[in-house]
Design a protein around this ligand. Sequence first.
Ligand code: MG
Ligand code: MG
Length: 255
Amino acid sequence: MVELKTDTSIDAMYTAGQVVGQALTAARKAADVGVSLLELDEVAREVLRGAGATSPFLGYRPSFAPVPFPAVICTSVNDAIVHGIPTRYRLRDGDLVSIDCGAELDGWVGDSAISFVVGKPRPADLRLIETAERALAAGIEAAVVGNRIGDIAHAIGTVCRAGGYGIPQGFGGHGIGRHMHEDPSIPNEGRPGRGLPLRHGMAIAIEPMLLAGGKDGYHAAGDGWTLRTNDGSRAAHAEHTVAITETGPRILTER
Ligand code: MG
Ligand code: MG
């Protein structure tokens, strides 16, 4: 069931979304060669704590997970696509890092992700990240009243495929509100004009995931959480929480 949010609720989600944006900005600023993923998690925890927010990631345990998620951010490095658990791993020159963060404030949740390179970037990684951001922007642009979910999916998928990138099937965006994952699902590829019509008050997370090798294959790593590319190629992830309104899409996790 898709729950439509009131304008007041969307304002409250924006406030939660700002905390997510601040946590991502702080974690990105802290990320550098030699810094550990656990240290980035600590930076994000501090931002959430300071804002009086809690983490919808911490302790989260979907059916596929062998253990509850132990952190407030996902840190997915190089061939990790999403859901990477922060570890003692220290970032190296040229690592491609994706950080995904959520925050819950006053009962409302925001969810957003960024990808970037620490140290000296490879041109191919910059192109991958730039395309992920463009796919996200295209998805947001299609998130308007009168369109359907398939229009968002098609917009994202078109940008990804035009770049020659793979798209992991079965993972994508989602409704969001009082819970991190609500109906509907927002696939990263689809047919225009299909699916649920978009209405004023829908809140969704849009999150393209791009695989540099051009193939769609992925697998869960030994920790049961981290998704990695099958071909070892790098991956990028970009995400915003967006409200669909009569006056256009409103990015609730803007930074
Ligand atoms: Mg996320
Ligand atoms: Mg999400």
